[in-house]
Design a protein around this ligand. Structure first.
Ligand SMILES: Nc1nc2c(ncn2[C@@H]2O[C@H](COP(=O)(O)OP(=O)(O)OP(=O)(O)O)[C@@H](O)[C@H]2O)c(=O)[nH]1
Ligand SMILES: [Mg+2]
Length: 276
């Protein structure tokens, strides 16, 4: 039986899910980076075995150099290509910022229901499945709520405890969508027994990608599973900071829309200097 370490397993799942060109390259880069770290460890063991004291350049050494060079070349190639896409993405975000569109990113632990919520809000049909990392690519859509201003909402890759750093690195440009947003919908599967731990893990990754200062609304999803009522709370500033809903049934979606409208309005007012 094949044995995977945790990072390799996550990479394996990612490689099965990757669909877009960019997603595939990101996974390959993460994989090669992981491999090159394993390579050193693997060969040093062999070198120790074959090369005795005073024997330099054991049989392993030539091969490892070759492998490393090949890996290095491919890694470099991928980085250049990804950098190009990253720039395109940054341009798009810049254009959005200039056109003063309010941007929202849905973030959360894998399988919390991000894509289901995205589909519910945008009437899209993104793959939502009871699978880890069903979504790898960021999808952005205009969001129409009865309100005159443009909103753009993005569905993002799911987070997981101790997301391997090779993956964070490779998916940086995808994750940047979150750090660049005006509002994060942090979605939690409230029926999950590990929800508190998952919230902490998501917060930790948000901090790592520099998204911890973006405004947040905590969306407690899947209330249908534990027969909880839809509802919302406000913080001490009167802003809706928590919504309980069911993305699948639609209960409570109106509260989230209300929250989004309020937040985007106050953002626009603030930007126009009304509160200055
Ligand atoms: N009962 C119930 N199931 C839900 C709800 N929201 C999502 N689900 C289910 O939870 C599973 C995961 O949903 P997704 O929307 O794919 O979750 P995700 O957060 O996008 O997952 P990744 O993209 O893998 O990170 C699917 O089987 C959904 O049908 C909900 O409100 N109630
Ligand atoms: Mg998804």
């Amino acid at each position: 039986m094949r044995v995977y370490d945790r990072t390799a397993l996550i990479l394996f799942i990612f490689s099965m899910r990757a669909k877009s060109h960019e997603g595939k390259m990101q996974v390959e880069l993460a994989h090669l980076n992981h491999l090159s770290s394993r390579l050193t460890k693997g060969w040093s063991h062999l070198e120790r075995q074959k090369g005795g004291i005073g024997v330099r350049g054991g049989p392993g050494e030539k091969q490892i150099e070759l492998d490393r060079r090949m890996l290095g070349q491919r890694i470099k190639q991928l980085k250049i290509k990804l950098l190009k896409l990253e720039k395109q993405r940054a341009n798009q975000r810049g254009a959005r910022r200039r056109s003063k569109v309010f941007t929202i990113a849905i973030v959360g632990y894998t399988n919390a229901g991000k894509s289901t919520l995205f589909n519910r809000l945008t009437s899209e049909n993104i793959l939502a499945e009871n699978k880890l990392f069903a979504t790898l690519d960021t999808t952005s859509r205009k969001l129409f709520i009865e309100y005159g201003h443009d909103l753009v909402i993005s569905d993002t890759v799911g987070f997981i405890k101790n997301l391997p750093t090779t993956l964070i690195e490779a998916f940086k440009s995808t994750l940047e969508e979150a750090s660049d947003a005006d509002l994060l919908l942090h979605i939690v599967d409230i029926s999950n027994t590990n929800k508190s731990e998952q919230i902490l893990q998501v917060e930790k990754i948000l901090e790592e990608i520099g998204a911890n200062n973006v405004q947040q609304i905590l969306v407690l999803n899947q209330i249908d599973k534990i027969k909880l009522n839809a509802g919302y709370d406000r913080d001490e500033y009167g802003r809706i900071n928590r919504v309980q809903l069911s993305a699948i049934k639609g209960d409570g979606i109106e509260f989230l829309k209300k929250a989004i409208v309020e937040r985007s309005l106050s953002y626009i007012n603030e930007r126009n200097g009304d509160y200055a």
